[in-house]
Write a protein that binds this ligand. Structure first.
Ligand code: CA
Length: 378
């Protein structure tokens, strides 16, 4: 209770009351960091102020994603009462979007904000922590990370890069993407050049498509000029902001490839370890608060944006046919199995993710799924 009282008084933020001790993980991966000697060594000097640089994979101030990174920086600055300030850089301001991970790893910046699947070329297992096709919802994803062993594994995956990962934001349900032709059968995916990152991209490839990963800021032009035939981005809120409805006719659901994608902060471990213990707690609690804030914001704004896309911009909503989804699900199982076979770390994460998915899925089926079906029927 002492810690929670401190947080409230220091920040004047009553909304942080949700952060129970069970989520505060400062001592979980490295219990030795919490022994008395080290705590004394890292209490820091009173009056000392630090400034961290945050690099992001998003355009500066981009709704939901860029602003979410700003929120995290603001929480850290305010919770520390200005002892640790964080300056945010949009993609390409300090480093290109997809170099954020390396920049924090080598210490050019102390903290970054992005999406774990962007780093699959460096650490294949990272993809599980973003979103897995036909995987977990936003709520289930947080449950796995915080209480199902996910974060501990994620830390192992990023440890070789001298980085500590934190869940910071969740897009909630994404959309299946923007297309200029209707998708009526799996044949319609063949030869399709589509921006779709991570495991979803691998699944599309095996379905006959050509996946691409393009930073968000370049998407509209790529789609409009025909560099790509189709794109997924996030959901109605973000897709409306990029004006993707001006470059494609059909908007498909569901976002089979990532229904509850976790966004992340990654912190340079050397910089984190050098912080006094109270500022370490500030960073962790700020990450948790920003995670909740972004998730709630996406859920709220997607509903509003979906109505605007339909009513103001005449977007044609479509749903992927059942047999197309069944085929993609079948390929997904194959892709995940091969990923696990090819990389020992991915195998461990896959095992944890699969076991948790089965367990939480059974609960979600008899609780939320039945409830939602009944609610929409009435
Ligand atoms: Ca996406």
């Amino acid at each position: 209770m002492k810690r929670r009282k401190f947080v409230h008084q220091a920040a004047g933020i009553t909304s942080l009351g949700l952060l129970g001790g069970g989520l505060l993980s400062a001592c979980q991966p490295a219990p030795e960091a919490c022994n008395g000697d080290q705590e004394t060594a890292r209490t820091g000097n009173a009056g000392e102020t630090l400034e961290w640089k945050m690099v992001t994979t998003w355009p500066r101030d981009f709704p939901g994603l860029g602003t979410g990174a700003n929120t995290l920086a603001d929480y850290i600055t305010r919770l520390s009462n200005g002892r640790l300030t964080v300056k945010v850089f949009g993609g390409n301001e300090l480093v290109p979007p997809f170099e954020a991970f390396d920049a924090v790893s080598r210490g050019t910046a102390e903290i970054g904000h992005g999406a774990p699947y962007y780093w699959k070329g460096k650490a294949p297992a990272a993809q599980f922590f973003a979103g897995v096709p036909f995987g977990l919802t936003a709520q289930e994803q947080n449950a796995w990370l915080y209480y199902g062993g996910g974060i501990a594994l994620w830390r192992e995956v990023y440890a070789p890069f001298n980085l500590i990962p934190y869940p910071v934001g969740n897009s909630t349900g994404q959309m299946g993407g923007w297309f200029n032709k209707e998708i009526n059968s799996i044949e319609d995916l063949k030869g399709l050049k589509m921006r779709i990152p991570g495991l979803g991209g691998e699944v599309l490839k095996r379905a006959g498509g050509t996946p691409q990963n393009i930073p968000g800021a370049e998407l509209f032009t790529a789609l409009q000029t025909g560099t790509i035939d189709a794109t997924e981005w996030v959901g109605p809120y973000n897709d409306l902001a990029f004006g993707l409805f001006r470059a494609a006719e059909y908007y498909y659901s569901p976002g089979w490839h990532e229904l509850g994608t976790t966004l992340e902060a990654f912190v340079n471990k050397t910089a984190f370890d050098a912080l006094p213990v109270d500022l370490q707690a500030v960073v962790e609690v700020a990450c948790q608060a920003a995670n909740m804030d972004m998730t709630a914001e996406f859920m709220a704004r997607n509903g509003d944006a979906l109505i605007r896309l339909q009513q103001e911009h005449g977007v044609k909503l479509r749903t992927f046919p059942d047999d197309v989804l069944a085929h993609l699900r079948q390929i997904t199982a194959e892709v995940l199995r091969e990923l696990a076979e090819a990389d020992p770390m991915s195998a461990r994460v896959y095992e944890s993710f699969s076991a948790f998915s089965q367990q939480v899925g059974a609960w979600s089926d008899i609780s939320e799924r039945l409830f939602l079906t009944e609610r929409s029927a009435s």
